[in-house]
Design a protein around this ligand. Sequence first.
Ligand code: SF4
Length: 294
Amino acid sequence: MHFHGPVVRPQTDARSLFIEVTVGCSHNSCRFCNFYHGYPFRAAPMSQIEADLKEAKRKYPRTVRIWANGGNPYCLSPQKLASVGRLIRKYFPRAKISTYARVDDVTRKSVEQIRMLKNAGFSDLVIGMECGDDDALRFMNKGYCAADIISAGKKLEEAGVRYRMIYLGGLAGAGNGEACARRTAEVLNQLHPTLLYLNTVSVLPGTRLYNDRDAGRFTEAGERERVQELITLVSELKNPIRLFAAKNTTRFSFFVDLPRDRKKVLAMMKKELAGITDREEMEMRRRRERQRSV
Ligand code: SF4
């Protein structure tokens, strides 16, 4: 199998078969992200993809889930991506293909093109919306705004494509977490993603955000504020959705369905919030300042 960059995927897709479709991220300039630094964006050659599929077919013939690897393979042209989808289907006719997409990878495509890609196998996208706060999105250089997120989600829904979103708490900086959560809920309440990953931002060496923090242009939210931000978001979401949180970024670990589990999960989150001491708040701040990777 060929991999020329990191394999990055949601925790929920860890058991998929990984096939490199692109290397790097076509945007590669979000302020907080260092995933693909040093990996210039390019599409994997079709010959490489086919060689990997042949090898995988021999080794893992029962594969039912495939993760098309790369920062955002969905940025490829509809024609190119459809060829990739058809090639994957040739070897694994029944496998579900999932991949990362940026918001603007979706908005650039028409509903017809998205539907055509669904028929070629790309029926499940994971989108790092991060949040629905325009100021935070602009500062983080995401390259789109809240209205674009809504437009992308509506296009996918019209085309019948399932999609999951990633929320990155703390992006709005100290003092702005609750407002950011409310704005995000306003966006998500107009959409129907199947799953929302709850994460919070890490300020990592080598990123512009790291320099921003050093220079005082960005003040990190503390532990209590991060938890409160997530509580506000979970409280404000109106449409049925599954929520996933993992301890490594949020101090929570859950997989719950809203609205059914809202009361239970909020009670647990509030209990956690009440248990954060001043000492822990200070320790977490120091730990975050020393953090080297996610
Ligand atoms: S956060 Fe996503 S879109 Fe932004 S640079 Fe990183 S991989 Fe690319």
